[in-house]
Write a protein that binds this ligand. Sequence first.
Ligand code: DX5
Ligand code: ZN
Length: 216
Amino acid sequence: MTKALVSPSILSADFVNLERDVKRLAEWGADYVHCDVMDGVYVKNLTFGMPMIKAIKRISPLPLDVHLMITEPERYLDEFVSAGADIVTFHPDASRDPERALDMLGERGVKRGIVINPDVRLEDYIRLLHKCDVLLVMSVFAGLGGQKFIPETLDTVRRGKKYILENGLDVIIEIDGGVGAANAATCREAGVDMIVAGSAVFNASDPAGVVNALRG
Ligand code: DX5
Ligand code: ZN
């Protein structure tokens, strides 16, 4: 089994010491900084927007993996790219025209992808994978860190992997929510290439050890 990329979510970082925590991610061996943008409309919670991405970009040694949990993401894609996002993923069910949104990201030259919540059928959006670099499968309902992993979502990972392989696509599968050292191997076995983890990394006594365990 191949190793996974690791993208810790700064939602679980100490916002007062964000510069310190973002810089530590590189020391812990992570590959990306996962930034959870929530608008209080598509999801109940509110987090941060473009100015925060811009600020993190200034100090982060690692590329930014920006997960947009916002309604009509197409309104802000340009600004998130300009702020320094390296990967932009959005929920297609929140978009008026997900195909156009992917085209906009493609024109800006960033890596792009769609996010599938546990109650969204991958098959309703699967043709969009032809325009994606990333398929992000939510293993909890988007909106909050620290939730319990939903094992049934691994079936979405498997179906996504099958489609990607059958169609010869260059798309990686990312998983997000409730993942830690204990269930990372199951995720990788199902076909996951990149693991997001918030609480499992930031609440650990040995975060570098957790990053290493997630990678496999
Ligand atoms: C949830 C976010 C996740 C979250 C993961 O809506 O998309 O990225 O921060 O947190 P954990 O790993 O604690 O479930
Ligand atoms: Zn996320």
